[in-house]
Design a protein around this ligand. Sequence first.
Ligand SMILES: Cc1cc2nc3c(=O)[nH]c(=O)nc-3n(C[C@H](O)[C@H](O)[C@H](O)COP(=O)(O)OP(=O)(O)OC[C@H]3O[C@@H](n4cnc5c(N)ncnc54)[C@H](O)[C@@H]3O)c2cc1C
Length: 512
Amino acid sequence: MEIEIVKSHLLIIGGGLAGLSAAIEASKFDIDITLLSRSKVGYSGNTSISKGGFAAVIQGNEEGDMPYIHMIDTMKAGYKINDEGLVKTMVERGERTIKTLDNFGVPFYKSDDKYVLLEAPGHSKKRYISILDKHNSRFRLNGLTITKNLMNIINQKSNIHICDNMFVVSLYCEGNRKYCISLDIVKKNIKLIYSNAIIIATGGCCSLYNNSTNTLDADGSGVYLAKHAGITFNNMEFIQFHPLALVDYPRYILPTTIFSLGATLINEEGKEFISKYTNRNYNAERDVMSMSIYKEMRNSSGNIYVDFSKANIPILSSLIPNFNVLKIHKKIKVKPSAHFMMGGIKINKHAETNKEGVYAAGEVTSGVHGANRLAGNALLEAATFGEIAGLNAGEYAKGKTIDTFVIDMDNIKNFILFSENNRVKNNKILDEVNIELKKTVDTSISIIRNHRVLLNAKEKVKAMLEMLKEYKPVEFDDLVRYFKIKIKLEVAMEIIENSLKRKKTLGSFIIE
Ligand SMILES: Cc1cc2nc3c(=O)[nH]c(=O)nc-3n(C[C@H](O)[C@H](O)[C@H](O)COP(=O)(O)OP(=O)(O)OC[C@H]3O[C@@H](n4cnc5c(N)ncnc54)[C@H](O)[C@@H]3O)c2cc1C
């Protein structure tokens, strides 16, 4: 099979908000940048389907809000296991990040040229900034409004080379020597990309769950790549469940800001229940609200609804994309769904990992959110640390010659396990493992976790990894499927093993 060699000063893996922000910033340097994604750069990952809400302190706001107050709220929500330095950097750069995106053409919701600041649970001041797309299409995705505007900038940069459909399955990074192995899903060949610097911006892992709000490419790839390249990561047990995923449209979530506009939560009998579980009521952070809904579903053995009968419908329908399309008139069924990965690759405030010349940004990293994330802090994190990573990686990569050291290609082929002859095609193994894995993930590493169930899940995943060793891909597409499942299994194992280490309930999950 053909192996194509590519050289680039800077390689950016991931075409969501973190990757795009990094590319724009790094393009200011006289370097050659490869920006790749396993599907379409700018139109993939969770950014593209996000609600487009950013939390940021804007100077001169009427609430007397300050970055340190945003920091206190973020640390409180994260149960104070957040990385203080990262939080400080993010909140202090909040306004700058919003203005940068504004300059790129992102249409934030403004009135009299001032950002409209909304309330959001867990934020003690109004600082949630939304997107208002005046060119409202019938089915609106605010996230795509962000990425399309950034892509307009990227398309004008001659030193950014976009590579779609490139599934990265391995990284090597030791000193000046770096490369990645990528499967070109369309050309069906392998690309070996040498670079001086690498930015990992591959997003989260919640598509591991059946019950998930995420796009399918959010499988924890970045953590898998980090693990095999010796890059440090942590806190993988913390998975946030969004309380308001629509039961009938699983990848659609209602923003928790709806409660400040009069919406309520009711059970099958039409009764409000939130105060039974938390005295913070509708101002409870996502983890508490998800647990409250989960417990009420269990206790009442029925569905939970968001009730809009007392809400401000005109404002809601302008702020919530597709409110009218989804025919949300009176009430709609919701349930908590796996939404956000709080753990991931460890970075410092310069977006550096423990490996020289390797940076990471966005949902793939850990630290900012601790054990639970506040609304609007993920997009702010992705744009802020994306920009920081782009700046520092660009600085690092400039002026260096790319070391195209000789690699034993046979080694790569062995590693890839590719063999065109003597292997029995047995895709049934992959089908079985895939189904079993989803079941295991949903039952063992959900909102409520139990030591015995976790130990059982660990054994199951171990057995599935053993089973996978028997699988030998024959065709290129088998190879892609093989890696997709291997990545998910290894990431699920990280979540299970880290959950087993936590002895006490903290943040996003309960230990029973
Ligand atoms: C439904 C939904 C709504 C949300 N709304 C909000 C909101 O309003 N406010 C907020 O703050 N947060 C929100 N979030 C969270 C937020 O959208 C994400 O945390 C953020 O967009 C992550 O950006 P990112 O650039 O790190 O990753 P992503 O946007 O997920 O991009 C990851 C990129 O990496 C690529 N990739 C992954 N693996 C590989 C690989 N192995 N090889 C090559 N490429 C790879 C993907 O294809 C993609 O291009 C929402 C999330 C969801 C699911």
